[in-house]
Write a protein that binds this ligand. Structure first.
Ligand code: ZN
Length: 125
């Protein structure tokens, strides 16, 4: 039984993220600057001080969009390739964390790595 939980609905508009990576790859200084100055600055917002279970869900686009809707995200979802939901769960006085990572079909390892950082308590500034 979950008697206490809190969620961070964490997501990234991966379109901008991927675009900045590609532009950085072709040495576009402006794109690299945008990446540093933009939403990719991280801050630790939670300390994971108990066991953490990470569940990774690879979903087709329809299911992915449905989960986003169920978690309160609003359309459009097309640009989003992943998000993470981190929960702190207390059961019979024992604390644990669970992080569910949801990935769209086009998500690559960079998206997974990004979402895992959220599971470790980090968020965008
Ligand atoms: Zn993020």
């Amino acid at each position: 039984m979950i008697d206490r939980f809190f969620r961070w609905f964490l997501w990234l508009l991966m379109e901008a993220f991927i675009a900045s990576l590609w532009l950085a790859c072709i040495s576009t200084a402006a794109a690299a600057e945008n990446s540093r100055a933009g939403r990719h600055e991280w801050a630790q917002v939670a300390t994971i001080d108990a066991p953490l279970a990470i569940l990774t869900h690879y979903l087709d686009r329809s299911a992915f969009n449905g989960v986003m809707r169920a978690n309160g995200f609003r359309a459009p979802y097309r640009e989003t390739q992943g998000f993470a939901v981190l929960r702190r769960i207390t059961s019979n006085g024992v604390v644990r964390y669970q992080c569910d990572v949801y990935l769209a079909p086009e998500a690559d390892s960079r998206v997974l790595e990004h979402e895992l950082r959220h599971c470790d308590g980090w968020d965008h500034q």
